[in-house]
Design a binder for this molecule. Structure first.
Ligand code: DX5
Ligand code: ZN
Length: 214
C-alpha cells in the first residue's frame, strides 16, 4: 500500500520535526490539503506555506485542492515541484482541459470526488487520469468518521479502471486508520491518505507502517 500522510493534522506551530518524521518514515507521498472557505467550509494553508514545506520535504507532494476554479492555480502548484495535482470534479467546469493543462505543466493529474458524487461520472476522463481521490468524509476537516459506503465505491471505481484500461491509482481520503484501511485495501485502493491517524498517533512511524503493510 502507498501511504500519503495529510499534513492538515500536523502541529503547524512546529512543522520541522513533523517533516523530519515524514522524511525518515516509510511513507510514499505527503498529502497537502488546500481549502478556500468557498468550496469547503474551512480554510487551511496556501502557497507560501506549501513552498516552505516543499523545500524541506523529500517525499513527493500529493496536492489536494479543495478550492473553486482550480484551473487558475496550475502553475503555482507546478512551482512547488508537486507530483500530483488533484482537484475536485464538483469545483471545475472544464475538467478535460484542466487535466491536460496539469500534465502539460509536468505533473500527474488527479480528480477527487465528494462522497455523493458517483464514480461513473469519470467514465469519459478515466483514461487520462493518474489518480482518483475518493473522499471518504465530506471534505473540509480532519478527524471525521469514515463513511463506510466508500468501500463499495472503491470496488466500482476499480471495475471502471480495469474495464477501461486506465492506469489511474485509487486514493482514499478521510477517516483512514488500520481497520478502515484494511477494508479499503481489500476493495482495491492503491493509496491511503491519513491525517489524524498518523499525526495524532503516539508513534507516527508505527501508524504509517501499519498502513504500509495492508
Ligand atoms: C479533509 C482532507 C483530508 C484530511 C483527512 O478534507 O482532505 O486529507 O486531512 O484527515 P483524517 O485522516 O483525519 O480524516
Ligand atoms: Zn485531502
Amino acid at each position: 500500500m502507498l501511504v500519503s500522510p495529510s499534513l492538515l493534522s500536523a502541529n503547524f506551530a512546529n512543522l520541522t520535526p513533523e517533516l523530519e518524521m515524514i522524511n525518515s518514515s516509510e511513507c510514499d507521498l505527503l498529502h497537502l490539503d488546500v481549502m478556500d472557505g468557498i468550496f469547503v467550509p474551512n480554510i487551511s494553508f496556501g502557497f507560501p506555506v506549501m513552498k516552505a514545506v516543499s523545500k524541506v520535504c523529500t517525499k513527493p507532494l500529493d496536492v489536494h485542492l479543495m478550492i473553486v476554479e482550480p484551473q487558475n492555480w496550475i502553475s503555482q502548484v507546478a512551482d512547488l515541484g508537486a507530483e500530483y495535482m488533484v482537484f475536485h470534479q464538483e469545483a471545475c467546469t472544464h475538467i478535460h482541459r484542466t487535466v491536460q493543462a496539469i500534465k502539460a505543466a509536468g505533473m500527474k493529474a488527479g480528480i477527487s470526488l465528494c462522497p455523493a458524487t458517483p464514480v461513473n461520472t469519470l467514465e469519459d476522463i478515466i483514461c487520462d487520469l493518474n489518480q482518483v481521490l475518493l473522499m471518504s468524509v465530506n471534505p473540509g476537516f480532519g478527524g471525521q468518521p469514515f463513511i463506510s459506503s466508500t468501500v463499495a465505491k472503491v470496488k466500482r471505481l476499480k471495475y471502471l479502471i480495469e474495464a477501461s484500461g486506465s492506469n489511474a491509482l485509487i486514493n482514499v481520503d478521510g477517516g483512514v486508520n488500520e481497520s478502515t484501511g484494511k477494508l479499503l485495501a481489500n476493495a482495491g485502493a492503491d493509496i491511503l491518505v491519513a491525517g489524524s491517524y498518523v499525526f495524532g498517533a503516539p508513534d507516527p512511524n508505527q501508524a504509517i507502517n501499519s498502513l504500509k503493510v495492508l
